[in-house]
Design a protein around this ligand. Sequence first.
Ligand code: ZN
Length: 518
Amino acid sequence: MKPDVEIYDTTLRDGSQGEGVNFSVMDKLRIAERLDAFGVHYIEGGWPGSNPKDIEFFERAKTRKFKRAKVAAFGSTRRKGIKPGDDEQVRLLLDAGVPVVTIFGKTWLLHVKEVLRTTPEENLAMIADTVRFLKEHKKFVVYDAEHAFDGFKDNPEYAMSTWLAAEAAGADNVTLCDTNGGSLPAEIARITAAARARLKCRIGIHTHDDIGLGAANALAALDVGATHVQGTINGYGERTGNCNLTTVIPTIAFKLGKSSVPETSLRQLKELSQFVDEIANFRHSPRQPWVGSAAFSHKGGTHVNAVQKVLNSYEHIDPARVGNARNVLISDLAGRSNIVMKAAELGIKLPPDAPELKAMLARLKKLEHEGYEFESAGGSLAVLIKKALRAEAPPFTVTAYHVSMRRQGDRSVCEATIKVQVDGKEEHTVAEGDGPVNALDSALRTALTRFYPQVKHIVLTDYKVRILDSRTGTAAKTRVLVQSTDGKEEWGTVGLSDNIIEASLQALIESVEYRLMK
Ligand SMILES: [Zn+2]
């Protein structure tokens, strides 16, 4: 089934330009996999011509299977005065080895003359040559028309001629970009309609949120014939951000009644939004439309009362349809089915009326209230569910540990000792590391290898620390997220404490428990 509207995610490219966003290659791969599972149609992985990190991303993306999404590499039209094949930046787009290439080119004469410092004719040739070159190499080509709206307002004939040049050269899609983010919905609609009247290919829309209208502007374009939306999860992006897909996707489904991502994915929208925030190490915004924790919370007495009587009296939609929940009466049922779903993902069959569910749900809520976060810590959640279900003893216990740090010449050395117990037998080990967590990790794994040789293969791939706001005057808590792999699978675990070492150890212990409890 062809969707009415294609979703093109650029969280990993345009989104990573946002202030405070700094994705590692591993982060990007995890987000790409999650976006693929969610069902977006395109994932723009980066600009190989702009940095080595993006080249590495495409290198590693080649070894992964994407089920639904096509991965796109982003770049620009060739430089003036040379052939596309001689332009290093264009060649890197082919080297990326992905089926889709998106290139941006100039619409606005101001940019052609003052920024590129070339002639209007050469700009048209740069667009056409680059598109043709990529088509000759069998790429699906998306042409991003930079400053499409500002350029059209300045000189409609020239703007249109740049888009027609891209189409005539074989572009599969011409996407109009409101690069400076200052356009109004009516202008976007008028200019997109003008493009629709002349172009035969698919028209896309790429907007920025500089005046808070990123999503509104995208919808205005969809209204007059655009069928492809570019944006980012949670609206990450330069300045005030890009068009927020977390807002646009449910609006397309529930307000316009059009299809885009699979309907079943919409219920995971909130989870996706939280997941990406977790990876970026941002606090999830409670006021985000559709997916924020406050989006469906009712505080005012009359609202609460009315909502209890008639659910839709103060709600524009049932929050469960985007995976969110009403805050006053968090439905026990929704919570239960969530756990059942999670358990199924972990390969544990659980009937929806299982007696353990109630206790498990209460425990989860309590932990989340304390500050635990399980969106990207599936390993911890699995350990929690398995412990509750099987009532089995943990595979090992850490009975004591000690961490110390000293200065030795110009280098600092951390040393950790740890005591573990397995089936009544005890093991005591010491290890050094370049940091306290590294030393602890090493001591823990050395101690356990005697009992469980497979522990040797577990490698720590990522470590993230977040200081949570202090509540009610107590000390701030530290949340640690650890990512591990055994070469076959990756999993995340979480620890929480007012002490960073303690929180780290918790996450490390659960990482090993997860592997051993499989
Ligand atoms: Zn942009």
